[in-house]
Design a protein around this ligand. Sequence first.
Ligand code: PBG
Ligand code: ZN
Length: 323
Amino acid sequence: MFQRFRRTRLNSHLRSLVRETSVGVNDFIYPLFVRSGEGIKTEVASMPGVFQMSIDEVLKECGEIKKLGLYSIILFGIPDVKDSIGSDSLCEHGIIAKAIRAVKEAHPDMFVVTDLCFCEYTEHGHCGIIDEKHQTVNNDATLKISAQQAIVHAKAGADMIAPSGMMDGIITTLRDALDGAGYENLPIMSYSTKFASGYYGPFRDVAESTPSFGDRASYQMDPANRREAIAESISDELQGADILMVKPALAYLDIVREIKDNTSLPMAVYNVSGEYAMLKMAGKNGLIDYERVVMETMIAFKRAGADIIISYHAKEVAKMLQK
Ligand code: PBG
Ligand code: ZN
């Protein structure tokens, strides 16, 4: 007896029959940034292909991506006026509420996820209310107004709420608030394991949300901590989250896999702005085969255990998949 050491070389047909992982347009959520005004579509210098758009332009964009088979978006609001508590996000006439309503009216078949946070809406750029004395975010005061923001999103017609501020107890708080207001079936996708990361740089340009002092390390996670990363996500599962998330994606695929193996919930990854910018710039400069590297990256997310990919590449990927 001997063991055959040579593996049979499969032809391309058989390789595709046995491929373990696939990427489809249904895997994606496409981020859109909305601001007031009309006919506004301003490209972000650090993120070619990503725009700040007024609501009318967002509606056009939705029409376009639907033609590509892309029916899920996550909305970020950029308000005209920022203040200490992010009032614009707590008001039915604020930018995010108006945008949700407009999209759901013009495109009822679009699945609208909303990022729930305060950093885009506060003048200090932090993800919650600032405790003046300690110059840190006041977790529990932020929970209260987060519940208010969730109800604003829900009333406007959001299909899923995605809290991104990493406040402790946020999922219990939002679930109670939504249930209490009659939104028992509105799902919550938690940014459950979110690292304090340098990869968010370009996002803060587009969302105009760079903190005016300090950083987010007191509420976001230390990139060095694996066990804590798992615990944060599992805590959100126990609090009633419907979908867990790891953010950023590329540098944290080990964490994605480990959470996936420890939860029964679906998982999302957020392929963040800095990750997008790196590939864009390398592609633009002819250093890599851009489309190939993008697809390879998306496959890696799925292989690591992601069910959902939130990505600025979503529209391009949808186009690639149509070819
Ligand atoms: C808001 C939020 C951020 C991102 C998503 N939601 C910014 C941050 O935490 O600084 C980052 C997304 C990206 O970099 O693409 N809290
Ligand atoms: Zn934030």
